[in-house]
Design a protein around this ligand. Structure first.
Ligand SMILES: O=C[C@H](O)COP(=O)(O)O
Length: 271
């Protein structure tokens, strides 16, 4: 467990920026350079908070060149992958390609994939398996829409998505998995789930994992919150003892704002 008040975390916090369908490959270079410089200027300690960006597929080669060429400590991932490895799947992207591009992570089942593209838990499960075949760490996204939240069934709904998406996964894989709780009603809307909501769900997810696997495994899984996160609320969100980071959309497109989120320890409320 964590004791956030002194900034010491058992799990290394992950500050993840999902650029969604923003930034062409030229803009990506500018944004990433500015992010890295801002973090360097602030003497960011990456061992205290890992920083990852998730650019569009078409940016990944440029991001790889910049990260390798300038020895950046920022890591990166893709926003999706195919559950297949190769073949006649027009428009799809294999995990093999992402691994070759140096990706560390890949988002799986982002709410926009689930709602706009109708992705199911079964597909997410197959995508997680594909990610593992290629040495990528999946960031599995789960979370409820407004209608579900209004019925009060949000925990049960989200845990069902979790179970369906990780069915059959070995404990070692669960330990390295990242789960991002994104209440769909709080995404890109300016609405933010309160720190209490984020902690409630993160604790429920960890308890579910402990029941499905064991306490030691569940204690290793990193659980993020996503939904209108920004510098002004990241510190409070990360006070939750089961909340191990944030998945940031809109605010990750502003290098200074995102760097400030990565430096969330400055915003922690201490006892
Ligand atoms: O992937 C990020 C989440 O969808 C949150 O996006 P947002 O910060 O723009 O609300």
């Amino acid at each position: 467990m964590t004791s956030q008040t002194n900034g010491q975390f058992d799990r290394t916090p992950l500050i993840a920026g999902n650029w969604k369908m923003n930034m062409d490959h030229v803009q990506a270079i500018t944004l990433l350079q500015k992010l890295a410089w801002t973090l360097d200027d602030a003497k960011h300690d990456y061992s205290r908070a890992e920083v990852a960006v998730f650019p569009p597929f078409t940016d990944l080669r440029s991001v790889q060149s910049l990260v390798d060429g300038d020895d950046l400590r920022v890591v990166y991932g893709a926003q999706d992958l195919s559950d297949k490895d190769s073949g006649a799947y027009t428009g799809d992207i294999s995990g093999q390609f992402l691994a070759k591009l140096g990706c560390t992570y890949v988002l799986v089942g982002h709410s926009e994939r689930r709602t706009i593209h109708g992705e199911t838990d079964e597909q997410c499960n197959a995508k997680i398996a594909a990610a593992h075949r290629h040495g990528l760490v999946p960031v599995l996204c789960v979370g409820e829409g407004l209608e579900v939240r209004q019925t009060g069934e949000h925990v049960a709904f989200t845990l069902e998505q979790l179970r369906g998406s990780i069915a059959g996964l070995e404990a070692e894989r669960v330990a390295e998995l990242v789960v991002a709780y994104e209440p769909v009603w709080a995404i890109g809307t300016g609405e933010v789930a309160g720190p209490g909501d984020a902690q409630e769900m993160a604790a429920a997810i960890r308890e579910e994992l402990a029941g499905l696997y064991d306490e030691a495994t569940a204690a290793k899984t990193r659980i993020l919150y996503g939904g209108s996160a920004k510098a002004a609320n990241a510190g409070a969100i990360l006070q939750g003892k089961d909340v191990d980071g944030v998945l940031v959309g809109g605010a990750s497109l502003d290098a200074e704002e995102f760097a400030s989120i990565a430096r969330f320890e400055q915003h922690l409320v201490t006892d």
